[in-house]
Design a binder for this molecule. Structure first.
Ligand SMILES: N[C@@H](CCC(=O)N[C@@H](CS)C(=O)NCC(=O)O)C(=O)O
Length: 109
């Protein structure tokens, strides 16, 4: 049976190469973890769609189920979950994150 929240999530991640489901927005993050990932993406010069899950509780709960991931932020690249703050920070430090964007032909520094 189709789940309207899952359809909404699929629509967002299919229409945007890089999506950050976060608390707050890129300009005004409401949580340090979300702020960190948003700043990493900005440092790399990657354009991304920010989705504020605090504005939509069904999206907030639905994403945990869809991603099988219990926390935010959640970074999606080309429709695939990459991870949350800890993973993104480690991938950034190792250079793996920039490589992932390059491999997916996403413009970054
Ligand atoms: N270790 C996590 C830190 C993120 C985290 O713990 N987020 C919590 C508090 S902001 C969260 O999203 N909890 C679920 C919720 O608020 O719905 C990561 O790597 O992303």
């Amino acid at each position: 049976m189709s789940n309207p929240v899952f359809d909404q999530i699929k629509n967002i991640i299919d229409s945007n190469d890089v999506v950050l489901f976060m608390k707050g927005t890129a300009d005004f993050p409401s949580c340090g973890f979300s702020a960190k990932v948003s700043h990493i993406l900005a440092d790399l010069g990657v354009s991304f769609k920010d989705v504020n899950i605090l504005e939509d509780d069904s999206l907030r709960q639905g994403l945990k189920e869809f991603s099988n991931w219990p926390t935010f932020p959640q970074l999606y690249v080309k429709g695939e979950l990459v991870g949350g703050c800890d993973i993104i920070r480690e991938m950034h430090e190792s250079g793996e994150l920039a490589q992932l964007f390059k491999d997916n032909a996403i413009s970054c520094h």
